[in-house]
Design a protein around this ligand. Structure first.
Ligand code: PXG
Length: 465
């Protein structure tokens, strides 16, 4: 094995990476030519790369490092737990203290009667659990024909077979086939798809697609609806205010279970512990991961209502589980992460202080000639890039052509801000300081300026015909 360290030359690390490491969601042959950016350290809300750049991480890793990097408490808890009990399973009538404590804590934080947790290793796995659980639930209630789950186009629910099939990403569905019995309705993305409707009318119309789908498929065949409170990977799509109340009404009316995917929105991101509270939802099941451990160790789960857990629990063995369900070290770290969020008032901070401060900074970008709209809830925000200020017309190029240019300018200015199509998105650690918000906004504006100049120089400020 080659001896390397974070002090090895970047080119050597990149060459070795390209030789053996297959990256997710990446054209690896292209990346091999360019070389991956090597991240070596992180502290607070900042990354360091192998070239010595200090980069402001306005994506909190991959929407997960809610409490920021370098929290010693988590490392210490992990070390202690590894010495006490590094692993044991929870399959054969055994349990352990970290899983017991974490499940109790999640039940306490979760809204309504969501009092039961089925642990997984990730958000994808948890959504696999959810698909099996809702189908099994209805079968156990004597309605085995209730099997279909309704989701949305442009939703993201993970990358396993069930996660990907539940999600609505066309590019993923094309690779490897999809699980049957999942039906996709349109997303509540007013900016791109709202036409001449008001956002309120559009939100209502898109929610009512759920009712139409239930009526077409048959109420007796639909098991559940799944949705992210705010679509994250889909571009931080914050639905019109009319959308979620109507979805809740329809789920109640037709006895459809509501699965709220809180993988991104959970644990403070929207200014409450869960997005379900921000949008006044009554889920039957919530998917959790990411911010549950602030990404320090992989852990996810399904938070399940008294009713669903009761039925599943009384129907014999639920033949499902993962080697790492409730992994003691991951559970102990998640518990410590939740303690930090609670003790440091991080959720309240998002709601009352840093969220509003980021909102002000984010909306100030709205005067830029390239920015069509700015949207934010809590600490997740997006802006639409447009060729013509004052119009919602997209660029004359494939979606993402301009967004990619802007993302490159963000990287060039040591800011991690992502693009989804031609929307720019941020989802920073919830521990961001006021000063760091100012830096984020200044670097974003500089990146927008440079993108704009580049587009002008290349004569690309053209709307689609
Ligand atoms: N649900 C939601 C809402 C997510 O955002 C998952 C489930 C799956 O979680 P795991 O832990 O299995 O990855 C996610 C994950 C992106 C991106 O490009 C987003 C996610 C994952 C990878 C990339 O924005 N979200």
């Amino acid at each position: 094995m080659t001896t390397i360290s974070i002090n090895s030359p970047t080119a050597e690390l990149q060459a070795l990476d390209a030789a053996h490491h297959m990256h997710p969601f990446t054209a690896n042959a292209d990346l091999a030519k360019k070389g991956a950016r090597v991240i070596t350290r992180a502290e607070g809300n900042w990354l360091t790369d192998s070239e010595g750049h200090r980069i402001l991480d306005a994506m909190a890793g991959l929407w997960c490092v809610n409490i920021g990097y370098g929290r010693k408490e988590l490392a210490e808890v992990a070390a202690r737990q590894m010495m006490d009990l590094p692993y044991y399973n929870t399959f054969f009538q055994t349990t352990h203290v970290p899983a017991i404590q974490l499940a109790e804590k999640i039940a306490q934080l979760a809204p309504g009667d969501l009092n039961h947790v089925f642990f997984a290793g990730s958000g994808s796995e948890a959504n696999d659990t959810n698909l099996r659980m809702v189908r099994h639930y209805w079968a156990a209630k004597g309605k085995p024909e209730k099997q279909i789950v309704i989701s949305r186009k442009n939703a993201y629910h993970g990358s396993t077979m069930a996660g990907m099939s539940l999600g609505g990403m066309a590019g993923m569905h094309k690779q490897g086939g999809v699980i049957q019995g999942i039906h996709h309705i349109n997303q509540p993305n007013w900016w791109s798809e709202g036409g001449d409707m008001t956002p309120e009318d559009f939100g209502l119309a898109r929610a009512q697609e759920l009712e139409q789908a239930i009526l077409e498929l048959g109420e007796d065949r639909v098991a559940a609806f799944i949705g992210e409170p705010v679509q994250g990977a889909g571009g931080v799509i914050i639905p019109p205010e009319t959308y979620w109340p109507e979805i809740q009404r329809i789920c109640d009316k037709y006895e459809i279970l509501l699965i709220v995917d809180e993988v991104i929105c959970g644990f403070g991101r929207t200014g409450n512990w869960f997005g379900s509270q921000t949008f006044n939802l009554r889920p039957d099941i919530m998917t959790i991961a990411k911010g549950l451990s602030s990404g320090y160790l992989p852990i996810g789960g399904s938070v399940v209502s008294d009713e669903v857990a009761g039925v599943i629990g009384s129907a014999g063995d639920f033949n499902h589980g993962y080697t790492y369900s409730g992994h003691p070290v991951a559970a102990a770290v998640a518990l410590e992460n939740l303690r930090i969020i609670e003790d440091e008032g991080i959720v309240e901070r998002v709601r009352d202080d840093i969220g509003p401060y980021l909102a002000q900074a984010w909306h100030s970008l709205g005067d830029h000639p390239l920015v069509g709209e700015t949207k934010i809830v809590g600490m997740m925000a997006s802006l639409a890039l447009v060729p013509v200020k004052g119009s919602r017309a997209p660029f004359a190029y494939d979606a993402g052509t301009v967004g990619w240019r802007c993302r490159e300018r963000c990287f060039g200015n040591d800011l991690i801000m992502r693009h989804v199509g031609d929307r720019m998105i941020v989802s920073p650690p919830l521990t961001l300081t006021h000063e760091e918000v100012d830096i984020l906004a200044a670097r974003a504006r500089k990146a927008l300026d440079e993108t704009y100049e580049g587009l002008k120089a290349d004569d690309m400020l053209k709307p689609a015909a």
